[in-house]
Ligand binder design. Structure first.
Ligand code: FES
Length: 574
């Protein structure tokens, strides 16, 4: 005999026979919902980051209709609601400033409303971690549906990748090999369909990690945004959310240490974005799973990059889809993954991998013949980064992996923009570009400015990479020998604040060190001369952010948001 259906959380609103029930049901009926929608069936929230100001998520309104079809088919009651949408290509000073705010919106919306499960609809970079962080702090049954990547972009027969070719185009204009008219034409050529960036940038990385961690159904990462099969995926996601509500399969069920380790391993195999580091650390903090920067290095240390995708490689997400997507990478990873990890589909990760196509050996490689020997994130430490810094070896240049050079220091991104192309700037290809005051508190929001462009005079000489160091992040679509997330950040007295022009800096990736070749006594002297940080914000969200954001090494979440408060019964509203 099967168990009787469990009482849904939403019945605390809709199952009452008093004035409260009247109000909760009655006002809902003003939208045309029939009475039987309130009969105890699962109410499925569709948490949507659709916004015309977030072009990558501009199609999520229509996609949500397919989720609703699935929810209705499975006997649930879908209710869609908006949350703050963080558009990477629009928000100033950086969308990352608002990731934590969006997560608070999600947490509050889920807890305060009559919901039994939620479909998290994300796409553009920060929307995925924001939704998951908020949902983890409430811990209802939850399943992610990503919006999917744009179609490949082409220039003749050459693929062009989101972000990656913007950086290349900027360099080409500086080098005089691209005209301003060609530059403008590339804007439309690059962005020819709905969807998020189609390189293995942050959005594709997060959508892939979500799939590999078992938080979304198979196909979530790679199916193009405009592929009808993504609409089918939305439909199936809605159906599955109803079942998850019935079985009370909460998010915490899929956010164990094993799932996070699978995320780190997969990120290595994908040559994924450095931004995944801060997002998974923050999510682990919400889920109560101990995870540190060192786990990234330890687990990812010898994971080869199996995927030949931009920014590190040649292909794009559409190619990744045709080659089998995340399941094929999981198959290629074999026993390296925790194959027994449960997924929202009900299958284990191993079962999904076993059903996948074999690697084609071109877009997706094998462990025996990888695309690059090192795919994981390298964590560096030393007197310049006592709490750690990160580097993506698959995007870096081999000859620069061990390098000592004189620092050229910039105090802000504006300072950098003003001076980098100055013909009199003392800089050559051996120099180490240092950018500071761009961390979580310093920018604020830890902007993606760490992949500083090279001086025009060096680009004209044919130089394509230099060692760059900052407390900023970089776009997941960027490349180069770029040391990021230096912690503690310069603002507040991190050692990056002590570097002066001409100081020798040594990067040694194999030894995992980042060292400023200056005597400790001299550093002490410089430290004593630093001015204390005074926040320029006296009010508003920026004040909250600067006062409470933690370091990049722990995920840049707010100190008061770590952990969760669940979804306990709440007081009546009237
Ligand atoms: Fe939205 Fe790249 S700008 S994913």
């Amino acid at each position: 005999m099967s168990n009787p259906p469990r009482r849904m959380r939403s019945q605390d609103w809709f199952g009452r026979h008093d004035s409260h029930g009247f109000v909760h049901r009655g006002w809902m009926k003003s939208q045309g919902h029939p009475a039987h929608m309130f009969d105890g069936r699962p109410v499925i929230g569709i948490c949507n980051t659709w916004s015309e100001l977030t072009p990558c998520n501009g199609h999520l309104r229509q996609l949500a209709e397919h989720v609703k079809r699935g929810v209705y088919e499975a006997g649930g009651f879908p209710l869609e609601f908006p949350v703050l949408s963080t558009g990477e290509s629009m928000m100033r000073p950086t969308a990352m400033l608002f990731r934590n705010l969006a997560s608070m919106d999600v947490e509050a919306s889920l807890r305060a409303n009559p919901l039994d499960a939620v479909v998290l609809m994300a796409g553009c970079d920060k929307t995925t971690p924001a939704l998951l962080m908020g949902a983890a702090s409430v811990d209802l049954p939850a399943i992610v549906l990503s919006g999917g990547p744009m179609l490949n972009a082409w220039k003749g027969r050459e693929r062009m990748g989101s972000g990656t070719h913007v950086f290349k185009a900027v360099e080409a204009v500086k080098a005089g090999t691209m005209t301003p008219a060609q530059f403008e034409a590339a804007e439309a050529e690059l962005n020819r369909s709905a969807g998020h960036c189609m390189t293995m940038g942050t959005a594709s990385t997060m959508a892939s990690l979500v799939e590999g961690m078992g938080l979304a159904l198979t196909g979530n990462a790679a199916l193009p945004a405009v592929d009808a099969r993504r609409q089918v995926l939305a439909h199936m996601t809605g159906m599955r959310a109803v079942e998850m509500a019935r079985q009370d399969l909460r998010l915490s069920h899929y956010l164990t240490r094993e799932h996070f380790e699978n995320g780190i391993l997969l990120n290595g195999a994908l040559g994924g974005s450095t931004n995944a580091v801060v997002h998974l650390l923050a999510l682990a903090g919400r889920a109560g799973v101990p995870l540190t920067l060192d786990d990234w290095d330890r687990l990812g240390r010898d994971v080869p990059c199996l995927v030949d995708l931009m920014p590190s490689g040649r292909f794009l997400m559409e190619d990744f889809c045709y080659a089998g997507g995340v399941p094929t990478v999981l198959r290629a990873m074999g026993e390296r993954m925790h194959r027994g990890a449960v997924t929202v589909s009900g299958e284990t990760l191993g079962e999904i991998a076993d059903a996948a196509e074999a690697p084609d050996g071109e877009v997706i490689r094998t462990l025996e013949k990888p695309f690059k020997a090192l795919g994981g994130i390298t964590v560096l430490r030393g007197n310049l980064a006592p709490y750690g810094a990160v580097l993506k070896p698959s995007a870096a240049s081999e000859p620069l992996m061990r390098h000592t050079g004189p620092a050229v220091v910039f105090d802000s991104i504006e300072d950098f923009q003003k001076r980098i192309d100055d013909p009199d700037l003392v800089v050559d290809e051996n120099s180490v570009l240092v950018l500071r005051n761009c961390g979580p508190r310093g920018y604020p929001g830890m902007a993606e400015v760490g992949n500083m462009r090279l001086p025009a005079k060096l680009i004209r000489k044919g130089i394509r990479d230099m060692v760059r160091i900052s407390d900023a992040r970089m776009s997941g679509t960027a490349y180069g020998t770029v040391v990021l997330h230096v912690a503690p950040e310069a603002i507040g007295g991190g050692p990056l604040a002590l570097v002066r022009d001409g100081d020798l800096v040594t990067l040694d990736v194999p030894a995992r060190t980042l060292h400023l070749q200056v005597e400790e006594s001299e550093l002490e002297k410089r430290r004593a001369e630093l001015k204390p940080f005074v926040s320029p914000y006296s009010r508003g969200y920026e004040r909250l952010y600067v006062e409470h954001v933690m370091g990049a090494d722990t995920g840049a979440d707010f100190d008061f948001l770590v952990g969760g408060s669940g979804a306990p019964p709440l007081r009546d509203s009237h």
